[in-house]
Design a protein around this ligand. Structure first.
Ligand code: AHR
Length: 500
């Protein structure tokens, strides 16, 4: 098999936000996972766990989306500000019916972004919130002049406005966000987006519109049509991004399949479904190209990842699942797709950051473990802010049962500061694959770093209180032969190589 990398033809900029994260008030995603409170015996900074913070810094989180998800459309931001002992306690109707004490609110989220050094993506409440609430939340966070909301922020201890990078009008408004029809949502979007004011014209808030959650693009078409009536939506200042949600549910939504004890068939089904991401992006690209040929509005895949049956014995509403090398492959295949489509895809958020779905970090009391997905994020961080290099695989094979076949190798590459980063995965459960690299240049490249994420057992996972089995290790399966680079990818592995 040949891997052609057009090293002399750098293409689209890979927005670092493609490597973003999502954290919702869901199960132990925020509480316990990220936030333990200032008085916790677990070492923390302003209530945020130090161990998790340190881990997340390793993968350079560029942006964090909060507070939901479905939860966002029932979140009333005023419940989460002011003295903690006076914050409203309520029931989290979206997830497990547990008590939400609102101890993690706007101030805590902004502090978390500050500690991570990442951008803030706030998801507004369209389902049960008013336009007034939206306007006031934005004013509270970013207002500069003298006004009731700015004064309230100052009273609550924050003098300076925060920078809100992104604000979304609702979440999955076709589903948990209100079961709306696209034409109705489109009108609400125009209405609510109007009140996301820019108090700091130097740093305008980018506005995010809800997009589809299936391959059907009718939603995208109707919403864009309504928002582009008379004038392009971006000229109205209505829209910067439209979202896509795509989950890898190996079996079906009723019986999703286990995170760790899957039959071989579900290995392929899951990886096949990960690959469908590219089709969804392309279908939406066609609609966007019709309305916005100049590419002013970007795609934001703000929920993606594997979704399995919860771990036995855990609350079904908490969506807590373990993670294996299959998840590492899902991450590699998906992030290669984002790189390839980085001319239109400018942001993506894995669902979710900690303890929920395809998390990068899991916690149990004071213990923490990094998942295989974490290590793939660490490998792919080198693509952040680089330029995509056209990457082609010649004679790639497929493997797996009929209807669920998977291309054996996935790859993408980029260049930044003269260093080429190539990421590749081998989806075969059993066979190694040899790849000859053609860099389309006379230059003799030297490999300066090479790592691999793999496992001896495809169902193994990193468990608490034992040495992590699946990590990022040094990779030596390559050689210069006849002036060219030959790479041998072991079965079920994700490899990252950097050369200059
Ligand atoms: O990520 C879990 C849930 O999946 C989100 O709350 C919702 O937007 C989606 O259906």
């Amino acid at each position: 098999m040949k891997l052609i990398i057009e090293t002399t033809k750098p293409g689209s900029y890979i927005n670092p936000d493609i490597y973003g994260h999502f954290s919702e008030h869901l199960g132990r995603g925020i509480y316990e996972g990220l936030y333990v409170g200032e008085d916790s015996p677990i070492p923390n900074t302003d209530g945020i766990r130090n161990d998790v913070l340190e881990a997340l810094k390793e993968i350079q989180v560029p942006v964090l989306r909060w507070p939901g998800g479905c939860f966002a459309d029932e979140y009333h931001w005023m419940d989460g500000i002011g003295p903690k002992d006076q914050r409203k306690k309520l029931v989290n109707n979206s997830w497990g019916g547990v008590t939400e004490d609102n101890s993690f609110g706007t101030h805590e989220f902004m502090r978390l972004c500050e500690l991570l050094g990442c951008k803030s993506y706030v998801n507004g409440n369209l389902g049960t919130g008013t336009a007034k609430e939206t306007a006031e939340w934005v004013e509270y966070m970013t207002g500069t002049g003298e006004s009731p909301m700015t004064d309230l922020r100052k009273k609550n201890g924050r003098e300076k406005p925060w920078k809100v990078d992104y604000f979304a009008v609702g979440n999955e408004s076709w589903g948990c966000g209100g079961h709306m029809r696209p034409a109705y949502y489109a009108d609400l979007y125009r209405h609510y987006a109007t009140f996301i004011r820019n108090y700091d014209p130097e740093n305008p808030i980018k506005k995010i519109c809800v997009g589809p959650g299936t391959e059907d693009t009718k939603w995208t078409e109707v919403v864009l049509d309504a928002c582009y009536e008379d004038t392009p939506a971006f000229e109205h200042g209505f829209m910067d991004y439209i979202t896509i949600h795509h989950y890898v549910v190996p079996e079906n939504w009723q019986e999703k399949g286990s995170a760790t004890t899957y039959p071989d068939e579900l290995w392929y089904k899951a990886l096949h479904k990960a690959g469908i991401m590219e089709r969804i992006i392309n279908k939406n690209r066609v609609v966007l190209d019709k309305y916005d040929p100049e590419g002013k509005i970007a795609l934001c895949v703000d929920e993606w990842g594997g979704w399995y049956d919860v771990e036995p014995g855990t609350n079904p509403g908490f969506l807590y699942q373990q993670s294996t090398i299959r998840d590492a492959l899902i991450a590699g295949i998906t992030m290669d797709i984002f790189n390839r489509n980085s001319d239109r895809v400018k942001m993506a958020c894995i669902a979710q950051m900690v303890n929920v779905l395809q998390a990068v970090v899991l916690t149990e009391g004071p213990d923490m473990v990094k998942t295989p997905t974490f290590y793939v994020f660490r490998q792919y961080k080198h693509h952040q802010g680089a330029n995509y290099l056209p990457t082609m695989l010649v004679n790639n094979k497929t493997e797996g049962p009929e209807d669920w076949k998977v291309p054996v190798v996935s790859a993408s590459s980029s260049v930044k500061d003269g260093v080429v980063t190539v990421t590749m995965s081998n989806a075969s459960m059993t066979e190694e694959v040899t790849v000859d690299v053609d860099t389309c240049s006379e230059k003799e490249y030297e490999v300066i770093e090479a790592t691999i994420v793999t496992a001896s057992d495809i169902r193994a996972f990193n468990d608490f209180r034992e040495e992590e089995k699946i990590t990022e290790k040094r990779f030596e399966g390559f050689a210069m032969e006849d002036g060219g680079l030959k790479i041998t990818l072991p079965p079920h592995s994700v490899v990252m190589m950097r050369m200059k």
